[in-house]
Design a protein around this ligand. Structure first.
Ligand code: FAD
Length: 404
């Protein structure tokens, strides 16, 4: 009972507010927003937004009128501390907001590069709209970018920068791109595609220093002794979950804010969702912290349902996508822990899926330009069904028959 105060107006925070109103919640809802924009979609920041010319409004979930009509109070500012005993959230402005329930949807922030010159203006990161806007503005005046980190965001940006006409080098410490997230088959496919587009990918190397003259970046030195010229450096070396607000309030944290299968923290009046939440997952038998739109929005819907009387454990089915140049990667399920990969389709034809198995259990499907396989995977998982590796590999096997 009482107001719901939501810290963070990203994918998760916005969705909790919208879903609460949809479910008929009639008390006060405040969305604390520390970015100077209406809540917006993050995925285009490394792709369409930099490529195109549409303004920031093209990214907004909803126009201002929506928040007004739904009486969702958007409060500009930062939450700085939680008074759990008094059930109040303190903002940097000095304001204190009483809550019945507090939602921590604080997301994650860029992991910073710890190298000399890493704070120069030509060294950029890519998490928020202002950073994407800054990159879009300076790209036309740049000729060579070194991208540090070949995860999803590094590669998406690299492909975008190449399309915009820049010379692009990508550095990756691991022996393959997106190594933590996808199978060898998918890494190799993307390495080949990015190289075909003229991007130089350097694996098994680290940036050891950024060189500059008169405050302007001139290049990057590598752990193997090489030096790459550059007038722009973009860093994509992962994120850190924003757990400090919870930790300082005495809530348990580890690699995220610890919540149970209902997304509740150790304090029954405080929940955490999205990128910042380390949640107990009976389905996957452990704790998970995921960074995806699906995870943030499905968490939000589950929590809004609980706060309006429909209490159920969170049991979302993970899915994800990444657009890199002309290729669309879609992942259904969690593919970590597989011991067998079966391909359906043909990498040479730029359309295939990697079905990942642990024994005979299908863990997930990584699809490249095969939206049908991806949707099949999501529907199959929702039905808690599987197909055999032999069926997956056999293109004459009709996937739909497994859903009947
Ligand atoms: P966020 O969206 O990060 O929102 C958290 C908000 O809380 C931020 O605005 C933050 O500033 C604010 N905040 C933090 N602390 C405070 C405080 N103390 N007071 C007030 N506000 C605070 N996912 C996909 O599934 N597919 C994609 O293709 C994809 N592409 C991406 C591309 C980029 C460039 C990025 C950065 C992410 C991408 N993601 C993608 C990941 C996805 O955007 C995130 O998983 C999602 O945004 C998580 O939502 P969230 O609400 O948990 O956190």
């Amino acid at each position: 009972d009482g107001p719901v105060i939501i810290v963070g107006a990203g994918h998760g925070g916005y969705q909790v507010a919208a879903s609460l109103r949809q479910a008929g919640f009639s008390q006060r809802i405040c969305l604390i927003n520390d970015e100077a924009h209406l809540p917006y979609q993050r995925p285009p920041l490394s792709k369409a937004y930099i490529k195109g010319s549409a303004g920031p409004e093209s990214l907004m979930f909803r126009p201002e009128k929506f928040y007004h009509d739904q009486t969702i109070e958007l409060i500009a500012g930062r939450a700085v501390s939680i008074d759990r005993a008094g059930r109040k959230l303190h903002l940097a402005s000095g304001e204190a907001l009483p809550y019945g329930h507090l939602v921590l949807a604080t997301g994650a922030r860029n992991r910073l590069l710890d190298l000399p010159n890493a704070n120069l203006p030509d060294v950029k990161y890519l998490r928020i709209l202002d950073e994407s806007e800054a990159l879009r503005q300076i790209i036309p005046s740049k000729t060579r970018v070194v991208v540090i980190g070949a995860g999803f965001i590094g590669l998406e940006f690299a492909a975008t920068a190449r399309i915009k006409g820049l010379e692009v080098d990508v550095l990756e410490l691991a022996p393959r791109v997106m190594a933590r997230a996808v199978t060898v088959e998918v890494s190799e496919y993307f390495q080949a595609r990015h190289r075909e587009a003229g991007i130089r990918i350097h694996l098994g190397v680290q940036a050891t220093s950024i060189e500059a003259e008169g405050g302007k970046v001139t290049g990057v030195s590598l752990s193997d002794g090489r030096h790459l010229p550059a007038d722009l450096v973009v860093v994509g070396v992962g994120v850190l979950p924003n757990i400090e607000l919870a930790a300082e309030a005495g809530l348990p944290v580890a690699a995220g804010i610890i919540v149970d299968e209902y997304l509740a923290t150790a304090d029954p009046n405080i929940s955490a969702i999205g990128d910042c939440a380390l949640f107990a997952s009976p389905r996957f038998g452990g704790s998970l912290r995921l960074e995806s739109v699906q995870n943030a929005t499905d968490h939000a819907r589950c929590l809004a349902a609980r706060l309006t009387g429909d209490r159920r454990p969170y049991d979302g089915h993970p899915w994800f996508w990444s657009d890199q140049g002309e290729d669309k990667l879609q992942i259904a399920g969690l593919t970590t822990g597989y011991d067998r990969v079966v391909l359906r389709g043909d990498p040479a034809k730029k359309a295939f899926s990697a079905f990942c198995y642990h024994g005979d259990k299908l863990l997930g499907i990584e699809s490249i330009n095969r939206a049908g396989d991806h949707m099949f995977g999501r529907r199959l998982q929702a039905m808690d069904r599987s197909i055999t590796p032999e069926q997956a590999a056999d293109e004459s096997f009709d996937l739909k028959s497994a859903l009947a």
